[in-house]
Design a protein. Sequence first.
Length: 151
Amino acid sequence: MQSRWRTIALAGAGVILAVVLFLVLRNGGDSDSTTSTVATNEAPAKKAPAKEKPKPETGAETIEFKNGAPVGGVQEIGLSSGDEVSLRVTSDVRADLHVHGYELEGEAAPGQPATFDFNANAEGEFEVEAHPVVGGHEEEGVQITSLTVTP
């Protein structure tokens, strides 16, 4: 009697297996099927990387300070940490110049530009200011350049 139940159980399992295989294989070969589930071990597709902003200019820059303001407005200069910087400032008046954060100072005058050559080893945003000298006294600073140094 036990072997008869075993035979019936095995036959039932075979029928269930046959039905499952039929359903799986039928959906896999039907191109008009509206729903299909396929399990894979593949990782989901990665999003395309966001477009990088163009790398800011580096290297030698010339700033012209005229009539109490930078010609063309405050120039923004982007740098990567470690870049070599050569900043030249011309002025139509005597002016003391400061590169804040790097603690660099210089002086420009008509026909005598100031040049700052340094390594951009400090990261962050730094202002370059011109302080016109009038009657022997240094006036309030005017921002002429913004240096942004990124890693």
